[in-house]
Design a protein around this ligand. Structure first.
Ligand code: PEP
Ligand code: MN
Length: 675
């Protein structure tokens, strides 16, 4: 046969292969309809194993190598599983009315995020439109603001590890992870014409891509590297410049997209180079429990020895496999860490919900980032007995550690997480170096409102020299009259933050609206929710989503039970750092501004593990009567007090009559120490 004839034959076989693949895919689609009717699981591992064994045997007879054959059939089986999964969970189902999906990515068309999006949405019937952004934060913002339906972000790479910027964005965003995709990164060297590598003088590359190809680059030291924000843009640049001495490192797909020459393939140091991408959206998805699902969680363990080990042992107790544990520093809190955890499981399952409940005991913060179908599909196992590596690690970690007792049914109260039944030992909340709760007694002092930079600096000095621990100052004021001073708002917060830094004091300020919470949490160490907002449920929920402790004041018309339920709103969102505060309630008595309910302290100490503080200032409203009630608070078992003082109470813009004078505050601090 001539070479032409041979090629002709090969072409015809390839066409037949495609026909056969198309037929096979059609049958897969029918299988899922049947599985749906009979509620059968998507994957039938036994059948997959049999299928593969039979094919290997057949291959042997026909002289097709086992390694090659399994590689081809892994791809075919994966495609089939994906077809069936997407039937159950159409990734774009939540945008049913739309013909097009808008996807935000970092970089331009041809970038790796673009290619991963194409792969992930290949099984959806919608047209894709891309919104290209320069920075990851802008990509997230585009979805938050509704400019795009989804964002596709790289989260980790098998060569260079986690992508820190993306992890840090996940902590603060309101978006949920709805999917994941992996993409095999294959770097090539591309140039505008077919030149020899030795002629190249300049190479455009993304810094990460250049790092991943460092061995190859070392072989052409004459070529200068110029860094670019993304790989596709570097190809676009050489296509535009059309200079034979310039080259770019990019994917083969990007080189083809911009119609340039690939002058060397596979130039990465490591040939197995995969990037995992996450798909995020404004709404979370409910994953059908027949699909293998993963859940991503970010958590901070409490400051006690062994708390991470205890937290991890809960996963072991529930036999739930961790697939990732990554730690990141908390910005603004030196040497404190957040843990990013991925595990196999679905928040739709009761077991996973119980696990998260149990886990909460060892955490001071947690946020579920989403449950989503696992796209990292398990390959068909040919040896079903082998244990996974994660099983082994979990066993080593938990050897010798007492397994947590799984408390399934905590007796029905309208609140749970706040109760002593749920958590027996006192919660201790650490704010910088200050511990609130347990045996400590903490004093928060400062003016009612931040009025100027010099005023708050003077108050901070007063807190410091008298041995109080935390500086307060209202920036957004909840005033009874709309004509009263409303606070200096963001300017005030800048002064407060600066004063806290200067005097090394944690600061606390009040938030009035849900929209303020995330931003204020960036600057204030503690978030205060005032008496008038104790049952502002959307505000409580938002406060539950930040990693800062929340000081929750009892509403002036609220019962102890209502206060605990309000705390529950915050706790249930994942933020387990709530400080309760008694600040006086309204009674028939008019001799004082409110009536300080000190009996609430021993009652609350019994009902809850959360720290409880007292604000005698707003309760009594008259400066001379505040110190004795502050002392009484310590005696009845409060974990601390919050008092207002002012350099010149007569000139105060709010709550002047209840502001202690500096010498009074100094005396109070001395008297408290004697108790
Ligand atoms: C305050 O602490 O500044 C305040 C307004 O208190 P309350 O919410 O208790 O009235
Ligand atoms: Mn006040």
């Amino acid at each position: 046969m001539s070479i032409e004839e041979l090629r002709e034959k090969i072409n015809s076989i390839d066409s037949n292969l495609i026909d056969l693949l198309a037929k096979r895919r059609g049958l897969s689609k029918e299988v899922i309809l049947d599985k749906n009717d009979n509620k059968n699981p998507i994957r039938d591992e036994k059948r997959e194993e049999e299928l593969l064994n039979r094919l290997i045997k057949l291959g042997k007879e026909k002289g097709v190598e086992q390694h090659f054959l399994t590689k081809v059939f892994y791809e075919i089986i994966e495609d089939s599983v994906r077809i069936q999964q997407s039937h159950i969970l159409n990734p774009s189902k939540e945008f049913n009315g739309k013909e097009r999906l808008t996807i935000a990515i970092q970089g331009i068309e041809g970038a790796y995020s673009y290619l991963a999006s194409q792969k992930y949405f290949a099984y959806s019937d919608k047209e894709l439109e891309f919104v290209s952004k320069k920075r990851f934060s802008e990509v997230v913002e585009a979805v938050e603001k509704g400019e795009a339906d989804y964002a596709v972000l790289p989260i980790e790479n098998t060569t260079s590890g986690g992508i820190n910027e993306v992890y840090d964005l996940l902590l603060h965003t309101t978006l949920s992870i709805v999917g994941e995709e992996t993409f095999q990164v294959k770097h090539c060297l591309a140039a505008s014409s077919d030149v020899s590598i030795q002629k190249i003088k300049k190479i455009y590359a993304h810094y990460q891509a250049a790092a991943q190809c460092s061995d190859f680059l070392a072989t052409i030291p004459e070529a200068r590297i110029e860094y670019f924000a993304d790989t596709a843009m570097s190809v676009q640049k050489i296509a535009e410049e059309n200079n034979p001495e310039f080259a770019a490192i990019a994917s083969e797909e990007a080189a083809n997209l911009f119609n340039v020459n690939i002058i060397r393939k596979n130039i990465a140091n490591q040939s197995e180079n995969q990037t995992r991408f996450i798909i995020v959206s404004r709404n979370c998805v409910k994953v059908d429990n027949r699909l293998p699902a993963k859940t991503s969680l970010v958590m901070a363990t409490s400051h006690s020895p062994g708390s991470l080990v205890k937290a991890l042992s809960v996963f072991n107790a529930y036999k739930i496999n961790l697939t990732k544990l990554e730690s990141r520093p908390i910005i603004g809190n030196p040497w404190e860490e957040m843990f990013y955890v991925d595990f196999e499981g679905n928040t739709e399952d009761e077991d996973v919900r119980n696990l998260l409940d149990e886990l909460g005991q060892y955490l001071r913060f947690s946020k579920v980032l989403g449950s989503y179908p696992s796209q990292v599909l398990k390959k068909t196992k040919l040896n079903p007995d082998s244990k996974t590596e994660m099983d082994e690690i979990a066993n080593v970690i938990t050897k010798g550690i007492q397994k947590p007792i799984i408390k399934k049914n905590i007796k029905a109260k309208s609140y749970k997480l706040a109760s002593r039944e749920y958590k027996e030992e006192d919660t201790i909340i650490k704010v910088r170096d200050v511990e609130i709760g347990g045996d400590s007694f903490v004093v928060i002092g400062g003016p009612c409102s931040v009025e100027s930079e010099s005023q708050i600096f003077s108050c901070a000095n007063e807190v410091k020299i008298n041995g109080a621990q935390i500086l307060r100052g209202g920036c957004f004021k909840p005033r009874t009259s709309p004509y009263s001073f409303q606070g200096l708002e963001w300017d005030g917060l800048n002064y407060l933050e600066a004063a806290g830094k200067e005097y090394d004091l944690p600061v606390i300020t009040e938030v009035l609206a849900p929209e303020q919470v995330q931003a204020v949490a960036k600057q204030s160490d503690i978030i205060q929710i005032g008496a008038r907002n104790m049952q502002n449920f959307s505000l409580l929920k938002e406060a539950g989503k930040v990693h800062r402790p929340v000081l929750l004041k009892r509403g002036m018309m609220s019962s102890i039970d209502e206060l605990l339920n309000a705390a529950e709103y915050i706790l249930a969102q994942g933020n387990r750092q709530v400080i309760l505060m008694e600040r006086g309630i309204r009674t028939f008595e008019t001799a004082t501004r409110n009536t300080l309910d000190l009996s609430a302290i021993p009652v609350l100490r019994e009902l809850t593990h959360l720290p409880i503080m007292v604000d005698p200032s707003h309760a009594i409203g008259e400066r001379d009567k505040i110190p004795p009630m502050a002392l009484a608070s310590k005696i009845v078992g409060a974990h601390g007090i919050m008092v207002e003082f002012h350099p010149e109470p007569e000139k105060a813009l709010s709550d002047g009559p209840q502001a202690l004078r500096y010498p009074q505050f100094a005396q109070l601090m001395k008297d408290l120490k004697k108790l």
